[in-house]
Design a protein around this ligand. Sequence first.
Ligand code: GLN
Length: 485
Amino acid sequence: MLTPDTLIAALDAIRSKQVSSAELVRKALDRIHRLDGHLHAFNSVFSDRALQLAKEVDAGTRTGPLAGVPIALKDNICTSFGLTTCSSHMLANFRAPYDATVVRKLEAAGAIIVGKTNLDEFAMGSSTENSAFGPTLNPWDTSRVPGGSSGGSAAALAAGMCCAAIGSDTGGSIRQPASFCGLVGLKPTYGRVSRYGLVAYASSLDQIGPFGRTCADVALMMNVLAGHDELDSTSVPGDVPDHLAELEKPVEKLRIGVVKEYLHTAGIDPQVSVAIANALDVYRAQGAEIIEVSLPHAEYAIAAYYVIAPCEASSNLARYDGVHFGHRTKQPVKDIVELFSKSRAEGFGDEVQRRIMIGTYALSSGHYDAYYVRALKMRALIRRDFDEAFKQCDVIVCPTSPIPAFKVGEKSGDPLQMYLTDVFTVTANIAAIPGLNVPCGLTDSAKPLPVGMQLLGPVFSEPKLLRIARMYEKATEWHKQRATL
Ligand code: GLN
């Protein structure tokens, strides 16, 4: 294992000179070189650059709150160094001309980006099997998926190849892989973290956020990542709270909402239900009140999401035509239209093409009102449901995923089955609220698999969500479990 493997312990060790940044980064790179041929968490690794930056930290010329720690970055976030592929043939050779705001912030804080991680092509998927470069495997059981679309970031952290990682979450892509890999993962409030330099999938839903091993690690990452950015017009102005300052302070008179409709959701694995019930007991023992709340429109969330997201994707991905951006066909073409269509047919994988077609259809005149406008109406209703629920409780607790990590290949032939696994995560993106995954159990299988609990709160409640999660973490040992590779 990488030791120390939590972000805060690694930073302490570097500061107290128990370990140098160069040693820690070298250890992370060694693990990548030893294990990643099999796991495939990374699309690219920046060994020389990372070691060079680590030496600057050790020499005292690079400082900051994350100075010297190895971090992994999802490969749909632009860097001025290396490639930004989105795990697509379309962008297999794309070099971004600039750094995303989060990259700038991480590097200004002294973090060392060791590499860029695999994802479902253009972040469309829940298993990382839609990568054009092959799937990532789950470090807990390599016959299983790590979740997705930020599966590479989650696997890299769970495998001890970095001390924290960055993902993006449009419908669960941070929280669900965090739950499959036994990590803490946060989708912040829409607008909390700048998306400048994130390759757009569905712009009204996309957020960037951190993976960590503990609530404190995620809180520290948020302190670095969050804040207004004039380069992202959807980023929210105003001060950012210190996510670490009150982390250890329990929330008094805590009221936890349990969603009535979720108790009857089909297809929840019994081991997931038991883990969540046990977690509620842990909170009860700390004096929390458990209240039943209702999200009457939650059952329409998947349908609304899988209209809105493809609609926005079909528009966002129009730029990849072999002229403006992306792969250009080498076949002979008779005109520009054929150039576009051949380039796009060659460059995009099946799932991306499926979404572009669904989105284009749903936005076409004659169908627009029946699909897109209806989905937006549903979105308004789901938002209202959450507003009502949060009048009665501080936080909603539910599973992150109805099932633990599934087998590679188990759902890749059946898109609908894959979409249904997002049932508990897409609502947070629809409602723009923050969602946090916390490890809350292990299955009893021969190779135990992590189970994750999701905490949902009102907009900008991240510091409180983390405090509530920390109450649980303090009382349990799940966050100390590690994949054995
Ligand atoms: N699984 C969802 C989808 O395929 C969410 C992906 C994401 O959050 N990027 O769209």
